[in-house]
Design a protein around this ligand. Structure first.
Ligand code: NAP
Length: 292
């Protein structure tokens, strides 16, 4: 059996580390503060926002949850973002995606103070990631995947990694992070136009799947002993469940786990790490804004 990479346990380890840092900031009279802005009432977004708010409170961070109606205009949202930019108690701001159609998401992201952009989506932070500048913010999901890989103990330097997906939230920042000096993996990125994906994946020491296609990565994609990180969260019909659906990843776990050396489950793999890295980025923002 492969080693199961337990994202929940590793997230708890991250929280234990963060608690020390929070305590030392509090000794200096500083409480890191995170504001999460939700526009509209998408149930999944609402659940994410609740989870982030809950974790902030558990860690003793200052948490602001701003719930705005689905009819909020671009100007209104920008005005609220500006207030948060100026609020000294707030060090991190996150606008929950996706916003309603009247909102231009990229304009909102550009309106964030980049020092408070704990999601790492502002162009300045994207540039800092490409420039290997550690003062920038790396998006939480790729950052969480890297921590999971480090925890497996595999040698990353020189490893062949295949990243499936090239989104600005996961695939692209993941690739930039993994090719950084000091991490030193050799990265191949595949997307919807790539030919021979199974063959490319079979050459990988590490596969990171982030395409939003249930069970796409199957046994024949995975080389014996490879590490598999499944970012995907997909709903598929499940008549047997009370909700009528279940959540599955981009990896066909049963098959892939027969050959992988280590693998993340869904749920309980990457998901918990994304929130842990959001907390970590918020504390980093507090330190940097306070020039500590
Ligand atoms: P996205 O913006 O829709 O991007 C999907 C990427 O996958 C695109 O680059 C697309 O290629 C590629 N792709 C789609 N179908 C493909 C196929 N058949 N073969 C190869 N490549 C294909 O998705 P995302 O936001 O990155 O999210 C990906 C998955 O991760 C989703 O299931 C999402 O729910 C999950 N997710 C999880 C977390 C977490 O915390 N665990 C966080 C974020 C996202 P093109 O560029 O060519 O279109």
């Amino acid at each position: 059996m492969p080693k199961l990479i337990d994202g929940r346990a590793i997230a708890q380890k991250v929280y234990a580390e963060l608690q020390d840092e929070i305590a030392s900031l509090k000794l200096r009279g500083l409480t890191p503060g995170l504001a999460v802005v939700l526009v509209g009432d998408d149930p999944a977004s609402r659940a994410y926002v609740r989870a982030k708010d809950k974790m902030c409170r558990e860690l003793g961070l200052h948490s602001v949850k701003l719930e705005l109606p689905a009819t909020t205009t671009q100007e209104e949202l920008l005005a609220r973002v500006n207030e948060l930019n100026r609020d000294e108690k707030i060090h991190g701001i996150l606008v929950q995606s996706p916003p309603p159609p009247q909102i231009d998401e990229s304009a909102i992201i550009r309106g964030l103070d980049p020092r408070k952009d704990v999601d790492g989506f502002h162009p300045l932070n994207v540039a800092k990631l490409a420039l290997d500048d550690d003062t920038g913010f790396v998006p939480c999901t790729p950052l969480g995947c890297l921590r999971l890989l480090r925890e497996t103990g595999i040698t990353l330097s020189g490893a062949n990694v295949v990243v499936l997906g090239r989104s600005m939230i996961v695939g692209k920042p993941m690739a930039l992070l993994l090719m950084r000096k000091g991490i030193d993996t050799t990265v191949t990125v595949v997307h919807s136009r790539t030919k021979n994906i199974p063959e490319i994946c079979r050459r990988a020491d590490v596969i990171i799947a982030a395409i939003g296609r249930p069970h796409f990565v199957r046994t024949e994609f995975v080389r014996e002993g490879a590490t598999v990180i499944d970012v995907g969260i997909n709903r598929i019909e499940d008549a047997g469940s009370e909700r009528g659906y279940k959540l599955v990843g981009d990896v066909e776990f049963e098959g892939a786990s027969k050959v992988a050396g280590a693998i993340t489950p869904v749920p309980g793999g990457v998901g918990p790490m994304t929130i842990a890295m959001l907390m970590s980025n918020t504390i980093k923002a507090c330190r940097q804004i306070s020039e500590l």
